[in-house]
Design a protein. Structure first.
Length: 156
């Protein structure tokens, strides 16, 4: 699978917030958004990744970016994961239909039935500004990649 390319309009998708409400492409409009696709709550690399991103969250916000974690875990697992880590990054569930949004973004890892490790930055106009797909789900994309990707965003 190929990650969604820069310049592509974000596809229709539905993810679910911790409270069960829907998060769709309409929620991306007007804000620079970083979608952080990760395989599993509570796995070692995912734990490290979200903790590292949390440490840089203020700097990312200063650049106008909002981060969301996305996985195929159920909302209850994501909520427990977020609470256990003590992070503030909102989690979005791609549980059912499993991986539908991840597939639309090219961030689904079919061999294992899970979200791959990927980053997608969407500009305020709803167009993908930058994307990165890790070589494997075990590779942790450093936060520096997000900062590099943010330089590709055209202000609204």
């Amino acid at each position: 699978m190929t990650i969604i390319a820069a310049g592509t309009t974000v596809p229709d998708f539905v993810l679910h917030r911790g409270d069960g409400s829907e998060f769709t492409q309409q929620d991306l409009l007007g804000t620079t958004t970083v979608l952080v696709f990760y395989p599993f709550a509570f796995s070692p690399v995912c734990t490290d990744q979200l903790q590292v991103y949390e440490e840089a969250l203020e700097e990312l916000r200063e650049q106008g970016a909002v981060l969301y974690g996305v996985s195929t875990d159920a909302t209850w697992s994501q909520t427990a994961f977020k609470e256990k880590l003590g992070i503030t990054i909102e989690q979005l569930s791609d549980f059912e239909p499993k991986g539908a949004a991840s597939r639309a973004f090219g961030a689904y890892f079919e061999p294992a039935g899970m979200t791959n490790r990927a980053l997608v930055i969407v500009g305020p106009d709803g167009t993908v500004a930058w994307s990165h797909l890790a070589d494997s789900p075990g590779d942790l994309p450093g936060v520096n990649l997000i900062f590099d990707g943010l330089s590709a965003v055209t202000p609204a």
